[in-house]
Design a protein around this ligand. Structure first.
Ligand code: CAO
Length: 424
């Protein structure tokens, strides 16, 4: 039995933020029914297409373990079916533009009236206020949530990060809100509205940067490299390059092969507890006790000199050799791993974090499995559904339509053309 077995999700999500949330719930065992516009589906199905005619990796990698039903929610019969789905499901998840669900006629009040146990979970770009009506994508959220202003080097422009903290990060936040609301419903018997704004989600992940904003008001941030470099601080938390976010100075350093390999680098943390072994390793045993080097506060204005010396050592080794040598000494280091290296990583494959998936249109592709492991509820990755693959199945098995009633709906134009199946 899976952890969320018996929980039925009406998945009205699209693009990235919402689908990552419902994919997680599906991996935990929920029955996720993805509602898609007839003949069109989630826009990502046909974005960044790499295999002509097939669903894109953008779609397949975000929609595993779901069923797909085509349904026009603005068509009278479609609204009848949607109402039945609201009656039968436990959670409705959506990330439409602000107001879109209301314009379909499904306000929170209406949904709650149809099914008082229903949990309505929504992602929007912003919470209530000045920007609540804005459409928002990943990078806008990274910029408005504080990530971009604190990412990059002090003398360069703000930078967005490759980690999709606005979309997938908010999807994670929403998933937690949903299971929490399900838990409360066990006792209250009532559903509730769960909202996660992308700006809020990004800001939550930038918590340490707001910590630094307040520390800055009390004086310069001494663990930032710019302190040792004599660069003045401004009014706001600055971009910190590759400085570590905590009190233990760290940086990305070149390793052997960096001239030709863009990822021949290591992250190296000069943890106070292992300062002695670091000095021995890099051939500077005198720094262990020398005035100006022996303690962390003394070292903070010499980080450039110290990391230059460490880098002179790391450049003689590969990033993996650095790890092999430092790990037994408890010196925290991490190789910069490329997507290619991660895709081929045997350890990640053994744990199911990287998986091969078969797909009837595309053949085999590599995906990322469930990153959260439940010992009693292991996640198995099942390929994403074709558009409308489960329309008839959901209408009959979940909603109980049969005979003339089923024919009426299938012929109404509200649920698309007769369906493709996995076998063709
Ligand atoms: N049947 C009928 N109509 C449907 C439908 C269905 N099954 N599914 C969607 N639609 C309609 C919507 O009702 C909407 O119609 P109206 O504008 O007339 O109300 C229309 O399709 C477009 O929906 P949308 O505005 O949500 O989509 P968009 O492509 O214009 O905007 C996005 C996309 C992501 C910017 C917007 O949905 C948004 O801001 N969402 C919230 C924030 C978010 O999740 N952003 C992250 C996205 S991932 O990077």
């Amino acid at each position: 039995m899976k952890a969320l077995e018996g929980v039925r999700i009406l998945d009205f999500t699209h693009v990235q933020s919402g689908p990552t949330c419902t994919q997680l719930l599906a991996w935990f065992g929920a029955d996720v029914i993805k509602v898609e516009r007839p003949g069109v589906g989630d826009a990502t199905r046909k974005q960044l297409v790499d295999v002509p005619g097939a669903d894109s990796l953008y779609f397949t990698m975000l929609n595993h373990n779901k069923r797909s039903i085509e349904l026009n929610s603005k068509h009278g019969t479609g609204q009848e079916v949607l109402t039945r789905l609201i009656e039968e499901c436990d959670v409705m998840v959506e990330n439409f533009a602000p107001g879109a669900l209301d314009r379909m006629g499904f306000t929170w009040e209406r949904i709650h009236e149809i099914n008082p146990r229903m949990i309505l979970a929504s992602i929007k770009g912003f919470g209530p206020g000045q920007y609540e009506d804005c459409k928002v994508y990943e990078n806008v959220a990274q910029c408005s949530g504080g990530s971009a202003s604190t990412t990059g080097f002090p003398d360069g422009p703000p930078l967005v990060t490759g980690a999709q903290i606005g979309d997938s990060g908010t999807g994670l936040h929403l998933a937690l809100g949903i299971v929490t609301a399900l838990y409360q419903r066990e006792r209250s018997g009532r559903g509730q509205k769960v909202s996660a704004a992308m700006q809020d989600g990004v800001l939550n992940l930038c918590r340490v940067k707001m910590r630094d904003q307040q520390r800055l008001m009390a004086g310069p941030l001494e663990e930032y490299s710019q302190y040792g470099e004599g660069l003045p601080f401004g009014e706001a938390t600055p971009r910190a390059g590759n400085d570590s976010g905590g009190g233990q100075p760290g940086r990305i350093l070149r390793c052997r092969g960096w001239e030709t390999d863009p990822n021949a680098y290591t992250y190296f943390i000069t943890q106070t507890a292992v300062w002695g072994p670091i000095c021995d390793l890099i051939g500077r045993p005198e720094w262990k006790d020398a005035k100006g080097y022996a303690t962390l506060p003394e070292r903070l204005d010499k980080l450039d000199e110290i990391f230059d010396a460490i880098e002179a050592w790391t450049m003689t080794l590969t990033k993996f050799e650095v790890m092999e040598i430092c790990n037994p000494l408890n010196i925290p280091v991490g190789p910069i791993l490329s997507m290619k290296e991660l895709m081929e990583d045997e350890g990640l494959r053994a744990t199911g974090t990287v998986v091969d998936v078969d797909h009837p249109e595309r053949g085999s592709y590599v995906s990322i499995g469930c990153p959260i492991k439940l010992s009693d509820s292991p996640a198995e990755v099942v390929r994403s559904p074709l558009l409308g693959e489960h329309t008839e199945e959901v209408l009959s098995d979940v909603l109980g339509y049969s005979g003339e009633d089923l024919d009426r709906i299938l012929e109404s134009g509200a649920v698309g053309q007769p369906k493709r199946t996995a076998s063709g």
